[in-house]
Design a protein around this ligand. Structure first.
Ligand code: AMP
Length: 603
């Protein structure tokens, strides 16, 4: 049996891990880094760039580059790049192929199988699309794992602690997932999950951007999409600086407009107080749903990029005062957990007895007739949220009209009272014998497997006629023939060779910096870019390329640092005053957190 890798296919970055020598180990990419940006860019020559190079090309070649496609997994959305349309699962397949090839190079053997993590809120279609993406990338994906459950597994897999109950607080760019986990002996049991899939780092970006507009006489809601994008981008960068430094000056230059705002963590909390209050809701809910007392929870593990915000850590410390807050490595936990699961799946001796039991994070049900208002079907739960997986539940329903010809079973996911307010996953139509209302009955059985994929069986009780459907509407469904065709098409497209990638990355990086700067800096960037292209394509002198590379990278990094600190398009008088070839500038030491948040927040 070949090695299995675990993959965290993230919205912003993706990572791979493998179980080796008794632990889950991250796999470096061709840059020697663990994070591969989930960005795809098509080169004019038909070469596909994935990762860091593609991320640079987002700005230098915006019409040929895409990111954030994970948000639309399992939908019919397409992205047009280089004159061709791609589904999110095809773009994800490029990312998976890159990770697969990097893993093969690193491990020195072919990889045919992967365990991929998905957000807990991913519906059935998005999960299937993720499996399809794996298949398109030439990977067998038998197991999909929920991201917070993967993080829980990583905690247990890394630190063999006593039996305990803990929380996983997974706070990403657009969603918050909170899981309550019980560990005893070799069993890791997810007891309850809750979350807010409309709360994430981007909400903080928006609050900062709104405050910026207020202070600079702009109306956020009536900004052009382009200017709004520039301000949001700058807000996001200011937010990230605050995880390293005490304060930051957010500066925005866009055409004629110039504006700035001072920001520190205290101000950030004040302007985004409602977001902090929303954060506490799923924490309390999950402890209630899991029928635990907060005192039984020994620690909270922080996962996801937004947990890097000192304000978030402090708020949790305040909210969960009795419990240890562990921020081991928010970016890596999910991948490490997926790698641990890959080890379990490979039945590695040191881990084969570890058992992860997961739960269904949402309710699955069907729409039933509403006697008071026939137009608005009601949600009837079949599999309740937090049911242990795999699970199978059966319900019986009867006809509601005299001599009704058909019954339709509409499958919904969600917690809302009215069926239409939940996510519609599919419909199964069945003919029933003509009879007075209430005389005919059908039995509906939902089976939800450990990958979170739903099978619905409907039986007409009087005739015994059965229909089975693996819910396959929308982009989640691809016929085997279509899959083969798409695999062949994607195989024809070549990923950029790993060895040449770093040169392409430097070119794309330079092109972006050229677009972002003005005046002397821009001139200096341009000169280096010209010279590097000359070495690569005219002189083709490998020795000189390598020699020049570290200098140019250092220069670009200094430009980058400068842009981060000063805001884009600020014209300095003299390059020498900010640029130091040796990179001598000292990192500002992080201040110990004050307790100024006391009294600001409510339980
Ligand atoms: P994830 O989905 O886990 O990759 O998290 C992405 C979110 O984390 C985005 O909203 C980022 O803006 C945010 N993020 C990443 N790094 C930082 C940082 N250093 N400080 C604050 N937020 C961050």
């Amino acid at each position: 049996m070949g090695k299995i890798i675990g993959i965290d296919l993230g919205t912003t970055n993706s990572l791979a891990a493998v179980w080796e020598e008794g632990k889950s180990c991250l796999i470096p990419n061709s840059f020697g880094e663990y994070l591969t940006p989930s960005v795809v860019s098509l080169g004019e020559e038909g070469i596909v760039y994935v990762g860091k190079t593609a991320k640079e090309r987002l700005i230098s070649h915006p019409d040929r580059s895409v990111s954030l496609f994970k948000r639309f997994m399992g939908t019919d959305k397409t992205y047009k790049i280089g004159g061709k349309k791609y589904h999110p699962e095809e773009l994800s397949a490029f990312v998976l192929r890159r990770l697969k090839e990097d893993a093969e190079r690193y491990l020195g053997e072919p990889i045919e199988e992967a365990v991929i993590s998905v957000p807990a809120y991913f519906n059935d279609m998005a999960r299937k699309a993720t499996k399809n993406a794996g298949e398109l990338a030439g990977l067998k994906v038998e197991r999909i794992i929920n991201e917070p459950s993967a993080a829980a597994l990583a905690c247990r897999g890394q630190a063999q602690e006593e039996d305990e109950t803990f929380l996983v607080f997974d706070f990403g760019g657009g969603t918050l997932d909170v899981s309550l986990v019980d560990c005893f002996d070799n069993i890791i049991e997810i007891i309850a999950v809750s979350g807010d899939n409309r709360l994430g780092g981007s909400d903080f970006d928006e609050e900062i951007a709104r405050q910026f507009c207020k202070e600079n006489d702009l109306d956020f809601d009536s900004l052009s999409p382009q200017r709004r994008g520039v301000i949001l981008d700058s807000a996001c960068r200011a937010k990230c600086v605050l995880s390293e430094k005490k304060d930051v000056t957010m500066q925005v230059t866009d055409g004629e407009f110039r504006g700035q705002m001072e920001l520190n963590n205290k101000k950030l909390i004040e302007i985004s107080m409602p977001l902090f209050q929303r954060m506490s809701v799923p924490v309390k809910k999950v402890v209630n749903d899991g029928k635990k007392d907060m005192l039984e929870v020994s620690k909270t593990v922080l996962v996801g990029g937004s947990c890097k915000m000192p304000a978030v850590k402090q708020y949790l410390r305040h909210l969960l005062s009795e419990c240890r807050i562990l921020a081991m490595n928010p970016d890596y936990m999910v991948a490490l957990g997926a790698g641990t699961y890959a080890g379990i799946k490979e039945r590695k001796e040191d881990i084969k007895d570890l058992l992860l039991t997961d739960i269904c994070p949402f309710t699955l049900g069907t729409g039933i007739f509403n006697e008071r208002d026939a137009k608005h079907l009601l949600m009837s739960a079949i599999i309740e949220r937090n049911s242990v997986l795999p699970c199978s539940r059966t319900e019986r329903f009867q006809t509601v009209k005299d001599y009704q010809k058909n019954v339709s079973v509409n499958v919904y996911q969600g917690e809302e009272y009215y069926a239409a307010n939940n996510i519609h996953l599919g419909t199964i139509m069945m003919g029933v014998p003509l009879a007075p209302k209430g005389k005919e009955t059908i039995t509906v059985c939902y089976t939800y497997d450990i990958n979170g994929i739903l099978i619905v069986d409907v039986t007409v009780d009087s005739t015994g006629e059965k229909t089975r459907q693996v819910i396959t509407t929308g982009a989640g469904s691809i016929s085997p023939e279509e899959m083969e065709k798409r695999v062949k098409e994607l195989e024809k497209m070549k990923l950029s060779p790993a060895g040449q990638e770093s040169n392409q990355m430097i070119l794309a990086w330079g092109e972006r910096l050229f677009a972002q700067t003005t005046g002397m800096i821009r001139e200096e960037v341009g000169k280096r870019l010209d010279y590097f292209q000359h070495l690569l394509y005219v002189e083709q002198d490998v020795y000189k390329v390598e020699k020049f590379k570290s200098g140019i990278k250092k220069f670009f990094q200094n430009v980058e640092n400068y842009l981060d600190e000063a805001g884009i398009s600020w014209e300095p008088d003299d390059v020498d005053s900010w640029y130091q070839e040796e990179g001598e500038e000292e990192e500002e030491t992080q201040e110990e957190c004050d307790i100024w948040y006391e009294g600001h927040l409510t339980h």
